[in-house]
Design a protein around this ligand. Structure first.
Ligand code: SAM
Length: 284
């Protein structure tokens, strides 16, 4: 594949930003060659210009989806940076369940957890696995009282996520042995499938985070890790504002290890617990 010219880079960069919010800076120009170049070669395009022209002709709407899919990183694994999951099981679920019980009064409490930018579903299923182990200690909550929703812009990763089948490499090395043995079934081709009782706790839905998440409803816990770091500051602020609106007042936002709301949004305060932290909505 040829190198991308400056004009092609500027045009494709602007288009990618408009569709998905992802802002590729000049020093990352090579990402167009490495990520998109491979796709164009595979599909027989003569170069970036032909792709751009077809992309903007309006005749092949699916191409925009393919473009974003090719340009996004889907790197993930089960129990990735395990600290937020310890925080979830030991601290957030017990505390937020109490608030939910109080809030529900005579109704049955229900917990809703969002995994935003869920990629192949590793984070979403990890959340469900933690919830299952916590449920073993609960009298009044069952899996019917918990919703775990994974959302992503990419339809292709969501199709994979729904299947719940992974290579050993996609699972990663952070899964505790007891959980690995209990919650994955080994397939004849050497891949591993998340067991049915965990799969039924999880749903996946296509959603572009550039748009508000209002239609998805309110959440008690919102994971958004290693996603908005790729967006420009203005968009990060907008997304955090959407999150704030959809989080219950006693809820929690969990971001990636190198992400923060600090300097971006006054509507969250940092709560540090041991070697990890989460963000709590404050009333505005
Ligand atoms: C690096 S993965 C992070 C996966 C997981 N959260 C984790 O930390 O392991 C980033 C994911 O964000 C998704 N993504 C990128 N832009 C998005 C957007 N505008 N709306 C929704 N998802 C988006 C990508 O498709 C990709 O699957």
């Amino acid at each position: 594949m040829k190198e991308i010219s400056t004009i092609e880079f500027e045009l494709l960069k602007k288009l990618l930003f408009r569709i998905s919010g992802i802002d590729i800076q000049e020093n990352k120009r090579y990402l167009f060659t490495t990520r998109l170049g491979e796709y164009l070669e595979e599909k027989g395009y003569s170069g970036f210009s032909e792709f751009y022209n077809r992309l903007t002709s309006g005749k092949e709407p699916e191409l925009q989806r393919e473009f974003v899919q090719a340009m996004t990183t889907h790197e993930s694994s089960f129990f990735r940076d395990s600290r937020p999951f310890t925080l979830l099981t030991k601290h957030l679920l017990p505390e937020i369940a109490d608030s939910s019980r109080e809030n529900a009064r005579l109704l049955r409490p229900h917990l809703r957890i969002l995994s935003a930018g869920c990629s192949l579903g590793q984070e979403t299923y990890t959340i469900a696995m933690c919830v299952r182990s916590w449920l073993d200690t609960q009298q009044d909550f069952t899996e019917k009282d918990i919703t775990v929703l994974g959302i992503d812009i990419s339809r292709r990763v969501l199709e994979r996520a729904r299947r719940g089948t992974y290579t050993r490499n996609e699972i990663g090395m952070a899964v505790p042995v007891a959980i690995f043995d209990k919650l994955f079934n080994k397939e004849s081709d050497g891949t591993f499938t998340v067991v049915e009782p965990v799969r039924t706790m999880v749903r996946f839905q296509e959603h572009n985070l550039v748009e508000p998440i209002t239609a998805l409803g309110k959440f008690d816990i919102l994971f958004c890790r290693n996603v908005i770091i790729y967006f420009p500051v203005d968009l990060q602020k907008k997304i955090l504002d959407h999150f704030h609106r959809q989080l219950n007042r006693y809820g929690a936002l969990i971001m990636g290890a190198s992400e923060t709301t600090y300097n971006l949004c006054d509507s969250f305060e940092v709560v540090s617990l041991g070697n990890t932290a989460y963000f709590k909505p404050v009333s505005t």
